[in-house]
Ligand binder design. Sequence first.
Ligand SMILES: *[C@@H]1O[C@H](CO)[C@@H](O)[C@H](O)[C@H]1NC(C)=O
Ligand SMILES: *[C@@H]1O[C@H](CO)[C@@H](O)[C@H](O)[C@H]1NC(C)=O
Ligand SMILES: *[C@@H]1O[C@H](CO)[C@@H](O)[C@H](O)[C@H]1NC(C)=O
Length: 359
Amino acid sequence: MATNCLTLCFLLICLLPLASASNPNHREHHPKHVEAIYVFGDSLYDSGNDIHIKTNATAKFLPFGIDFGGKPTGRCTNGKTVVDYIAILLGLPFVPPYLGLTDHQRDKIKTGINYAAAGSGILPETCPSCLALDIQIELFNRTVTNNLPKMFKNQAQLARHLSKSLFVFNTGVNDYGHNSQKASKDPGAFALNLLNEFSIRLQKLYSIGARKYLVNNIPPAGCFPSSAARMKPRGKCDEKKNKMITLYNRRLPTLLNQLTSQLPGFVFVHSDLYKFLLEMRRNANKYGILYTWEPCCPNNVDGDLSCHPNSVPCKDRNAHLFFDIHPSQITNYIFVGCCFNESTICRPLSLKQFVEGQF
Ligand SMILES: *[C@@H]1O[C@H](CO)[C@@H](O)[C@H](O)[C@H]1NC(C)=O
Ligand SMILES: *[C@@H]1O[C@H](CO)[C@@H](O)[C@H](O)[C@H]1NC(C)=O
Ligand SMILES: *[C@@H]1O[C@H](CO)[C@@H](O)[C@H](O)[C@H]1NC(C)=O
């Protein structure tokens, strides 16, 4: 099934109408209209909040952004993020980072705001200097309380807007990264606690008005360049790390189903980023991707494996699954194509079916 998906996604590379990328306002392909995308989570989804906070997890220098008009924006990859591609497919503008906006600008934006921040996790202790998920939700609450009412006639219209918006999440991997000792000690309890903490926060967002969710599970951190480079043989995944993450991932769909049955109007697409990346390791060459664990930046695997301001990246960035420790633009592109057009990675519906049926 998964191989099938990747085969289809291969076709999709040719089929995705990226012509619309040049004109994000083209709406004729989008009869069911998603009004806004509100973004939560970590560096996979950050579009520039990281630049505004004191953290080491920033992407404010080249070669980050080398394929995003040649400018670093805080996106932790060479070009577009997963959320950028989702925005293009839904006919919406790129989602601006909350911290990069003035209050005046926030009063005028009703197509979505990005609260995701590099380094953050579900648990506040994961990165005290980052925007933890709690803070992201608090900032979203401020948007809903202070800014959005200026653009809608009344509370009912505002509530309608929120119910016609897509809430996207990528979070959890940093919780495993920063609390690895605690996680190893009792992986089952750690996973359950993390799921419970995540559930509490999804319910908070629901209480503010969020209804339609696109939720990634946690990627296989054991296969990230930082782990794989240290394995023997080199490039192999750290299965111990992956196994712990699997305990969380296995129960995430159950949690989302529970919320659906408890909260009227709560609907979701669960996106199996974990499986996608493992499948990509196996099928990468179908897409012209030759390096499945060696990052593009730095362009060697013997140093500290982090991309520094003066690092010289690889020449063919589309040949790498990972740009640094984060997926490269080509990987983000294939992932979104797969989720949009297929119901194997994104379930129970593809994103396209979800949008057509729910908006
Ligand atoms: C999705 O895949 C189908 C074939 O399975 C194709 O007809 C369609 O154009 C694809 N959609 C996009 C957005 O590429
Ligand atoms: C950030 O990096 C600097 C220099 O490498 C280091 O001294 C400092 O401890 C790091 N800070 C955090 C919060 O990781
Ligand atoms: C959102 O903000 C309002 C007004 O400040 C507050 O009453 C409410 O408790 C907040 N909701 C959440 C979920 O934080």
